[in-house]
Design a protein around this ligand. Structure first.
Ligand SMILES: [Zn+2]
Length: 108
């Protein structure tokens, strides 16, 4: 009886492609910010990238954050009906933060 051995086959490591849900720009995992949906349908910004749940990625371009909210890209990507107002506020906040980070400091 011949049992087909699985050895010798180099199993490709599953590396999911991280892509910004708005601009579709792929980048290294580090360069994209993960949003994660938990079991209750709440969405959080996952700064560790290790939280369980369905994830979606946004790049560091503040415009993508604005557009993600405007176009309901997050809802689509995470398969939720609507963002919780608190979660939406947190995402808006992060977008503003990114905007500040990308703007050259006007002071001094
Ligand atoms: Zn983007």
């Amino acid at each position: 009886m011949a049992v087909k051995a699985k050895s010798g086959v180099t199993r490709p490591r599953h590396v999911p492609q991280r892509t910004c849900i708005v601009c579709r720009q792929s980048d290294a995992k580090r360069a994209l910010i993960r949003l994660v949906r938990d079991a209750t349908g709440r969405v959080a910004i996952d700064s560790t990238g290790k939280r369980p749940g369905r994830g979606a990625y946004l790049c560091h371009n503040p415009e993508c954050w604005t557009l993600a909210l405007r176009r309901h890209a997050i809802e689509r990507a995470l398969k939720i009906v609507a963002l919780h107002p608190d979660d939406r506020a947190a995402i808006e906040q992060r977008g503003r933060q990114l905007l500040q980070e990308t703007m050259p400091t006007a002071s001094s």
